[in-house]
Write a protein of this length. Sequence first.
Length: 268
Amino acid sequence: MFTMGPALLFCPADRPERYAKAAERADAVILDLEDAVAPQSREQARREVIGQQLDPERTIVRVNPPGTPDHAMDLAALRHTSYTTIMVAKSENADALAALQGYDVVALCETALGVLAAPQIALAPNVCALMWGAEDLVASLGGTSSRFASGTYRDVARHARSQVLLAAGAHGKAAIDSVYVDIADLAGLAAEAEDAVASGFAAKAIIHPGQAGVIRDAYRPSADDVAEARELLELARREPGAFSFRGKMVDGPLIKHAEQLLRRAEVT
């Protein structure tokens, strides 16, 4: 069973010398057989995935889109491994994902069709999580950039992010936030990760080992936050309904927020 952690690091599958470092630095590794690997190198990448075994409970393999020759060859290679969690690139069809029997599927909704189909995709019984992708989405629309010069997302990307998060949450599946491609901008990454935590994303994908610590820090509640949540929940046990706590009115939703914060404290 795959264990979801907050920092999920993409690693090109044709670079086996990076596997161990990726596994050491991140909560889980996404061995990438799709965009990170040139088409002419994918056969070698499959051999490396077979030959360089990582912990299956902390490894996802990103396979090429259904209906492509590479997709079939990716699945054939995986039959020689112990990996059972796959990320399906450019997921667009719930039936195609449901047909992937024996795999826990992370559906990567990164095209216009995939984002619009996210609610149906989330219903597939073997889909364990949904992730969205900004750059492929904008490319599918004929655009050139998902972000403004300031680093903030354009409206279409923000809409897709919300759509995938809502679809996942509506059907009890985990949502994974997209990557932050400006590797040097750790402050921007931290701000985006903090928003992902507050919005309800279970994890965030990253593209460089140096980003892992920033993601973990964002998902790890501070000692003060933990103490405040415990105090609130202790008071909630004694109060029959809504009550005042540190100048705020507290009712059911805020109690759930505190419970979720303590759950994050236990796993980060």
